[in-house]
Write a protein of this length. Structure first.
Length: 181
């Protein structure tokens, strides 16, 4: 089993700005959300946790690991958020005005993102076998990963929310729909 977790809130999340690969840290609300997430995940048998190397995901993973006594594994570079290209940093109104057709220059294409996410999770699961694992990453990345693995389109994930998947190779399924901490 694998819990896929979106990091806690950042100032850019609060302000409605598109982060992508920009390394924006958690804010105090995000840290509190990570603590609530740890409480939600407690007692479920998780053994280890890994994350994207971006600080908002890494700090979320560290908080959860500390509170649950989990082994904090090294970060995985292939868990980073989608590259939104020139759109990073923009808010909804700005992005609609600049890119009314939704095409954002330099943005990682959705099919490439779903393939990258699915491939990353397959590699991580192969590396760690049947160990119940928590993976902390980013909202758009996680939605694409679940779609690439299980063919399920998830709604937008709230900060510090999680889904659970299980599987191997090309046989994956969504075990638990998004839950917010």
């Amino acid at each position: 089993m694998t819990a896929l977790v979106r990091h806690g809130q950042t100032d850019w999340n609060r302000d409605g700005r598109l982060q992508g690969r920009t390394d924006v840290p958690l804010n105090d609300t995000g840290r509190a959300q990570a603590l609530a997430l740890a409480a939600q995940l407690a007692g479920q048998g998780w053994a280890a946790i890994t994350s994207s190397p971006l600080s908002r995901a890494r700090e979320t993973a560290q908080i959860v690991a500390d509170h649950l006594g989990l082994e904090l594994l090294p970060p995985h570079d292939d868990l980073v958020e989608r590259d939104f290209g020139e759109a990073e940093g923009g808010d909804a109104a700005d992005l609609l005005a600049r890119y009314p057709d939704g095409e954002r220059p330099g943005q990682e294409p959705w099919p490439e993102l779903t393939a990258r996410g699915a491939g990353a999770l397959r590699r991580i699961r192969a590396e760690h076998g049947d160990v119940p694992l928590v993976v902390v990453a980013h909202g758009t990345f996680l939605r694409a990963t679940v779609e690439g693995l299980a063919g399920v389109e998830l709604p937008r994930m709230a900060n510090a929310s999680s889904v659970v998947v299980e599987g191997a190779g090309d046989a994956w399924r969504l075990v638990r729909e998004p839950q917010q901490a």
